[in-house]
Ligand binder design. Structure first.
Ligand code: SF4
Length: 192
């Protein structure tokens, strides 16, 4: 069986391409910042908000909804835990709940796209659209899965796999503002 990447690494790679090195190769497990814990607590409250507002709007009231669903596809070398999946028996819809934000950023969109690609394999159903919900705004963003984003998922997956295989710590374009909120700051000698 080939090595499989956690899908969350795609989003983290978009934040900083060094994170897979620390997380997967060095297996560092720094204490979680407080906002990560808040994010975990958030899910329970969001389940209700999502149900009431969005299922009606997208005509998905009859769809079966599951939470914290493990998905994996050996063919794609990707796996992960998606916050929620809606299954209408004809299509499948991944959902991610986020604590803060206004508009989905690239890393979040690619992460959701990767869940969609893997879920298509696992459930043998089409997955054309998903949702990202921001708790602070109480707003749900529908995300249509575009070909260019699926291609980007594969490019980034291959880049991470390549870096890991070579034990390569890439250069990082991360800004000082990003580094100060990064759990791996103590391990980056060229940052302070
Ligand atoms: S401290 Fe900065 S450069 Fe180092 S992993 Fe974090 S974001 Fe990247």
């Amino acid at each position: 069986m080939s090595y499989s990447l956690p899908i969350s690494l795609l989003r983290q790679y978009c934040f900083c391409p060094r994170i897979p090195y620390f997380q997967e190769l060095l297996k560092l497990n720094p204490p979680k910042p407080v906002w990560v814990k808040q994010g975990e607590d958030l899910h329970k409250g969001q389940e209700k908000i999502f149900k009431h507002r969005t299922l009606k709007r997208f005509n998905l009231v009859q769809a079966k909804q599951e939470f914290n669903v493990f998905v994996s596809a050996e063919e794609l070398q990707l796996h992960g835990m998606v916050d929620s999946l809606l299954n209408s028996n004809e299509e499948i819809y991944p959902i991610e709940f986020k604590l803060n934000g206004h508009k989905p950023v690239k890393g979040q969109i690619l992460q959701l796209t990767a869940y969609a690609m893997v879920a298509e394999y696992q459930y043998n159903l089409p997955c054309r659209q998903g949702f990202i919900l921001f708790e602070n705004k109480g707003k749900t963003h529908p995300i249509v899965f575009k070909l260019k984003n699926k291609e980007q998922v594969v490019i980034i997956r291959d880049q991470i796999l390549n870096d890991l295989e070579k034990s390569y710590l890439p250069d990082s374009p991360a800004t000082p503002a990003q580094c100060t909120q990064c759990e791996y700051l103590n391990h980056c000698n060229d940052r302070s």
